[in-house]
Design a binder for this molecule. Structure first.
Ligand code: PEP
Ligand code: MG
Length: 753
């Protein structure tokens, strides 16, 4: 690590610059003084500042040593000259003999011909290149590392000041490309349906407070080191699972955080920057900007991925330094932009202001997606390059029906969007008209459409959507959103509210499905290398039955004399089902003894979420009153593809003969056993998949409430027997293409998918 006392002259430069920037006068006057001060401090003959124009050319804004008449006249095309080379590389260029560099170009109007020594650095802000700052000398000269450091520090400060908007007038700012301004349309993945327009709010934005230059560099270094130590502890705690709530950073990301937080190269760069006279915050920002610029130009997706990890880490470090304003309140019409988000975080946001969510990652079966659907929040995920292209407050149109986002839309895009909004309104009006109509296929098969729920906010949806009941109530959501283990009466209150809202409609309560990615922050848990295959759901409940018995008590109490439907998650063997059922029976006996009013009827069901139970279904159905196919988990285990990992979550088409054979088997066995079966995974809420499920023989779907209208419309246009016959042929074709076949079939038969 370099000794920060080595270049006191450079520190003087920083305090000189602070004075210049704080002085009265036009921007031009101050920038002229700035380049002069730099030239003098570095004993250079020339110092020039170029800023990038919106057309991406580089304009000479200030110079000391070149012909002043060239200021605002000289413009270098993209990639032109040594300045263009720095733009391309996004890192310093230090040349003893500049004219012999292949990128050297001569501009007679600047009279730079006789200069040999050259040092230029990019002016970076958040990884985006705003300009280039360069010094030149008449003699051949190799600038020292300290000189490079000094120039980088000044350029970092310049970047902050220029982009703060305090230096340049509004008119001047029009000629500087501070942020992307082109209209762009990016595509991603539909995660939660809807349309919305609003202004971009960056989740986790680094909004740097303005102290950039250190009063006391040693004290700054100490502050920085303390913050780094705190950061390491915090990352370690996250890694060990403490405070990592549902959907927090994934294990892979945490591994990367840990690696960077302990990376000596990163720490050296930070300390070097702080020791050279920048405030600790400015040092973090400078190093972050340099990494960002370099990694942004990387083509390798792995490297770009690591860039995000470094960004997150820098944001965390700034937070430890107290340098970043927390996101206190969302503005009106906010469209939140994030790499990823957890469901608990999502619920903490003000829904009345939040119009949509756009993610670089995100998978449709993740729990955040399930919560977003419950909140009826439009979400587009897997939008590659999103964070590089958007700036805070940009207008953004989110078309989560098609998985498209338009940033800074032009008028044509706006018009098109308005058409989509109109169409959607009409469609919704159609769905509202269908609300009271029973879902019956054209050939007379009645299909029951119930809804999935888990939050109080879901309950009004029972009426609005026309759902025939709640086919899946995810009880763990209450636990995940609470900062303590919900007490018996808190649980009972929620269950009572659910039953009251449902009235005569049936409700199926699923017992706690914790573990995997659903970790309670207030319960100690051990790190598992494979959480989806780990100690979760029923396995946890059987090993620690206290929580489950407590929940049974709350459910029985809340039900009073009504009917109680309970379902167990992730059953893998018949023994697991029996153990859970016995616990319930014991609880019923115990509460009867204490004189509680007992439910009029208790029905006990099981989720079908593991291939293991699929192949023991006959046995299970002798004991279970009903089953529900949790296709999210069943498919994750069937394809061995983590549902939370966007890289693999959708790698395999569920309409593949293997999975369809398995689902068909489930439908057939349940029909033969005369036991009710529903499908409650996310696929049941998608028209294409739902049509296939019905063709396979499923007659109850439990789906997100917003899907009830579209699915009912599809059902009303479907001939179940006819599609069933076709499907039986499609799956045995050597090159089975069920999805394509269905799309073609829908066209011919007028099936509304
Ligand atoms: C499923 O796995 O399909 C399911 C409905 O349960 P969850 O999504 O809550 O895991
Ligand atoms: Mg599940």
């Amino acid at each position: 690590m370099p000794d920060s006392n080595r270049h006191p002259g450079h520190r003087k430069l920083l305090s000189h610059i602070r004075k210049i920037m704080a002085a009265e006068g036009t921007a031009q006057y101050r920038l002229d003084a700035l380049v002069k001060a730099i030239a003098s401090n570095l004993h250079a003959d020339v110092c020039s500042l170029y800023l990038r124009r919106p057309d991406t050319s580089m304009e000479l804004w200030a110079t000391y040593g070149l012909d002043p008449n060239a200021v605002h006249i000289t413009r270098l095309g993209a990639g032109e000259g040594l300045v263009g080379e720095i733009v391309r590389l996004a890192r310093p260029l230090n040349l003893t003999e500049a004219p012999s560099h292949p990128a050297f170009s001569f501009h007679p109007e600047t009279a730079e011909d006789p200069f040999h020594g050259f040092l230029g650095v990019p002016v970076l802000r958040g990884g985006r290149l705003l300009g280039v700052l360069a010094v030149q000398s008449r003699e051949a000269r190799h600038y020292s590392n300290d000189d490079i450091e000094a120039l980088q520090n000044v350029s970092m400060i310049l970047a902050e000041i220029v982009s703060s908007g305090d230096l340049l007038t509004a008119h001047e700012l029009e000629n500087v490309a501070l942020r992307p301004s082109r209209a762009e349309t990016l595509s991603g993945r539909r995660i939660s349906d809807g349309l919305a327009v609003g202004s971009a709010v960056l989740h986790d934005p680094a909004r740097l407070k303005t102290i950039l230059i250190a009063e006391d560099p040693e004290a700054e270094k100490t502050r920085l080191l303390t913050a780094i130590t705190e950061l390491r502890h915090a990352v370690d705690a996250l890694y060990q699972g403490k405070g990592n709530r549902l959907g927090g950073p994934s294990r892979e990301v945490l591994e990367a955080y840990r690696m960077f937080a302990n990376d000596q190269g990163w720490l050296d760069r930070l300390c070097e920057a702080a020791g050279s006279g920048l405030s600790a915050e400015a040092a973090v920002e400078r190093v972050r900007g340099e990494h960002r610029a370099r990694l942004l130009s990387a083509k390798d997706p792995y490297l770009r991925e690591r860039l995000h990890d470094l960004e997150d880490l820098a944001n965390r470090l700034l937070r430890h330094l107290g340098a970043v304003d927390e996101l206190v309140e969302l503005p009106e019409d906010a469209v939140l932009i994030a790499r990823t988000i957890g469901p608990a975080e999502l619920l903490e946001l003000d829904r009345s202001r939040l119009k949509a969510l756009v993610l670089e990652e995100g998978s449709p079966t993740s729990h955040a997606a399930i919560v977003a659907r419950a909140l009826r929040l439009p979400v587009v995920g897997q939008v590659t390059g999103l964070l590089d292209r958007i700036s805070p407050d940009d207008t953004i149109m989110v078309n989560a029906e098609e998985g498209i986002v338009s940033i800074r839309p032009d008028t044509d895009t706006e018009d098109l969007f308005r058409v989509r909004v109109d169409e959607r309104r009409q469609r919704r009006a159609t769905y509202a008209r269908l609300r009271e109509k029973p879902a019956r296929t054209r050939d007379g098969q009645r299909i029951t459409l119930t809804m999935n729920a888990g939050l109080r906010v879901d309950l009004p949806q029972l009426e609005e959507s026309g759902a025939e009941g709640i086919g899946l109530f995810r009880t763990e959501f209450q636990f995940l959103l609470s900062d303590h283990l919900p007490r018996l009466n808190e649980q009972a209150q929620l269950y009572r509210a659910v039953l009251d809202a449902a009235g005569t409609r049936p409700v199926v309560f699923r017992t706690l499905d914790l573990g995997g990615d659903k970790i309670l922050p207030y319960v100690a848990h051990e790190r598992e290398s494979n959480p989806a295959l780990g100690w979760r759901a029923m396995r946890m409940a059987i090993d620690r039955p206290g929580l489950l018995r407590y929940q049974f008590r709350a459910l029985i109490d809340a039900t009073g004399g009504r009917e109680l439907n309970i379902m167990f998650p992730l059953i893998t063997t018949l023994t697991e089902f029996r153990i859970a059922r016995n616990l319930l029976d014991e609880e019923i006996k115990r509460m009867t003894r204490f004189g509680y009013e007992m439910p009029a009827k208790v029905r006990v069901g099981s989720m079908v979420e593991t291939p293991a139970i699929v192949w023991q279904l006959e046995g299970l159905l002798k004991e279970a009153d009903f089953v529900s196919v949790g296709a999210n988990d069943l498919m994750q285990y069937f394809f061995a593809a983590d549902r939370e990992n966007p890289r693999v979550a959708e790698r395999y088409d569920i309409l593949n003969p293997g999975s369809l054979n398995m689902l068909g088997h489930v439908a057939t066995i349940c029909r033969k056993a005369k036991r009710p079966v529903s499908v409650c995974g996310e696929i049941a809420g998608q028209s294409v998949e739902a049509a296939i499920l019905i063709a396979l023989g499923f007659t109850e779907l439990s789906i997100p409430p917003a899907a009830i209208g579209p699915i009912k419309r599809m059902i009303l246009s479907l001939d179940q027997k006819d599609l069933g016959t076709k499907l039986a042929k499609w799956v045995v074709e050597p090159q089975a293409r069920v999805r394509e076949n269905l799309m073609a079939y829908a066209q011919v038969k007028g099936l509304s998918l």
